[in-house]
Write a protein that binds this ligand. Sequence first.
Ligand SMILES: [Zn+2]
Length: 312
Amino acid sequence: MKLTTQSLFEQCYGKYAIAAVNVFTMEQVLGLFSAAHKCQSPFIVQTTPVARNYAHPEMLLSMIDAASRLYPDVVYALHLDHGNEDHALAAIASEQYTSVMIDASHDNFETNVARTKNIVRKAHVKNISVEAELGVLSGVEDDVSIEEKYAKYTNPEDVVKFIEQTECDSLAIAIGTSHGAYKFSGDQGLQFDILKEIQQRLPTFPLVLHGGSAVNDYEIERINRFGGKLNAHAKGVDPFELKESIKYGICKVNIATDTRLIWARVHRTFFNNHPEQFDPIVPGQVYTQAQKDFLIKKFELLGSIDKIRDFK
Ligand SMILES: [Zn+2]
């Protein structure tokens, strides 16, 4: 059952978070829906513009639709991740998405407001909600000054003005995470002082954490053992901190890097251990199961297991 993205946030705020899982392939779609079915967890399935164009948007959306028919009891929302105006408008026009992200975070405040507002106006007509971003998600090096470091994070003083002016429905904030496998160079972790200040100014407003992958050492180690060359010091978000952030309004946690790492680990180990194999179906099944197992643990961490009952 596809529900509005906002209805998921209304139920989970302050209690649990919704995993927003990026999908590119059939195996990822199937692993996600079967994991959600198994543990009766609501979720958000999200597609980047790159994922939409990997084959064709219709291909990806049809796979998601097919999975929802195979698992009719699951509760989910469909979100466009990191769109510009063209992507967001295409997703709104398709009438399949329940929410879109307009990412104008690299613009200055006024331009970000104007671009976000424009999409909000068009989305709300169709009852589609909008996620905006304030602050810049990027790796923060140890050797930058405190001023430089804080310039990248979301400034709590801007958030109320931004929400009022744009009328967006959820806000992605920069509190220390980044995209990719190498999130932290030191032990900075999530900036709870900033998160708490944002939440005090926006109580009950859904906040979004991008770059929420854990980047498990064990996955990196196995990828590298079988020929990979990933940075062995890659580091993700500490699971304890992730759980802790839910109390302060994080409702949506984006997950992409972890599922890519699992894809690389499964295929590298599989072909190393089975050099005689060349059939895509065999490692494909292993990957679907690995994706499913990983997501079950993620739902558990985010506290969303059995929460489908909130929507019945
Ligand atoms: Zn992101």
